[in-house]
Ligand binder design. Structure first.
Ligand code: UT7
Length: 337
């Protein structure tokens, strides 16, 4: 068995900044409420005409990661693309990334695990590299949330939280004597909670003719995301803690070994709760939800890219990634940086 490592991290966020004050003009919300309940100050939204789609942003993040790795896209053997907001219903965004990045007919795998999508994708890439099937894998998380949010007071419990953006990593086979490697990944799901955070249609369950019968003034709108916020929050704090402990125990490590924890950026209050529960310092938990909101599958790689830019990680550090989201799905990755 081989080992895999993260070679580089890139990201891309649209230029268009949407502040809480901007949202006040669209719905009955306030800067104070959003900051108090979520920590978010602003997020990025694609602007019509700026050329961005979920796949285009994914490619921009991937190119940024490739540049940092000093690699050419033609060196990549597999694309793993995680999103809940694909450009097309099908085919998945992975093939669009392939089309924009390389002429080689490399495989493109789409991951549909929402906020856990990036950790699931990293785990898949790790398995392919470990077995020796592929040497260099691109793992991308990208989201265009702004296209599907209900930007009225009716949707305020969800729409103030989510933002657009993309992050990507290049993963490669670790060389002999390389101290950096993915130590382990831990994945879970529990589908009985699916209705607590979902976007129902268009889908084969609620197809377009049915959607067209809906009166948007009075009826439930399946084409916007719906979330039972407090219910999701309670499960999130439990599952985040469990899956971090599971990862540490699997490697004979303890909380005191953690140098940096990057939780999926769901809510600053969730991150702070975990920080307290594990008695970590503010410096040991990286957060950037304040600037970007919750970018779902993109949140961890964007945060990781910024953590690297800000010199928060040194070679040999123990990095823990953890995610939780719709499904419910959750997971962690224990990484020697
Ligand atoms: O990333 C995937 C996983 N997602 C999460 O982990 C998200 C988990 N949940 C959360 O982050 C929080 O539950 C939210 C931020 C979504 C909501 O915060 P909360 O403290 O749980 O608020 P709440 O839903 O209990 O709502 C409290 C009040 C309600 O009004 P009443 O019934 O008390 O009069 C809401 O209608 O706040 C109201 N409210 C708002 N007010 C102003 C809901 N959204 C807003 C808003 N602006 N945007």
């Amino acid at each position: 068995m081989y080992a895999s490592k993260i070679v580089s991290v890139g990201y891309y966020v649209p230029e268009n900044v949407v502040t809480n004050k901007d949202l006040e003009k669209l719905m009955d919300t306030s800067d104070a409420w959003i900051i108090e309940r979520t920590g978010i100050q602003e997020r990025r939204h694609i602007k019509p005409g700026d050329g961005n789609t979920t796949s285009v942003m994914g490619v921009k993040a991937a190119k940024n990661a490739l540049e940092k790795a000093g690699m050419d896209a033609d060196e990549i053997d597999l694309i793993v693309f995680a999103t809940l907001s694909p450009t097309l219903y099908f085919p998945g965004g992975g093939v669009e990334v392939q089309e924009m990045l390389t002429k080689r007919t490399i495989p493109a795998l789409d991951i549909r695990n929402q906020c856990s999508g990036f950790v699931y994708g990293l785990s898949v890439a790790d398995q392919f590299i470990k077995t020796g099937m592929y040497k260099n894998v691109l793992v991308i998380g990208s989201e265009n949330h702004s296209g599907g949010l209900d930007m009225t007071t009716r949707g305020r419990g969800v729409s103030v939280i989510f933002g657009d953006g993309a992050g990507a990593i290049v993963m490669s086979r670790a060389e002999e004597g390389d101290s950096s490697s993915i130590l382990s990944t831990h994945l879970h799901s529990e589908g009985k909670h699916k209705k607590e955070l979902m976007l129902e249609g268009p889908s084969t369950q609620v197809w377009v003719p049915e959607l067209m019968q809906i009166n948007p003034e009075t009826e439930y709108l399946p084409y916007h995301p719906h979330m039972n916020g407090q219910y999701v929050f309670k499960h999130a704090v439990t599952r985040f803690s469990e899956v971090i402990n599971e990862g540490l125990e699997a490697n004979g490590l303890s909380v005191s070994d953690i140098d940096l924890l990057i939780p999926h950026q769901a809510n600053l209050r969730i991150s702070q709760f975990i920080q307290k529960r594990f008695s970590l310092s503010e410096n040991q938990v990286f957060n950037n939800i304040q600037k970007y909101g919750n970018t779902t599958a993109a949140s961890i790689p964007i945060a990781l890219a910024e953590a690297v830019e800000e010199d928060k990680l040194q070679r040999g550090d123990l990095l823990v990634l953890a995610a939780f989201g719709s499904g419910f799905t959750w997971g962690s990755a224990i990484i020697r940086w």
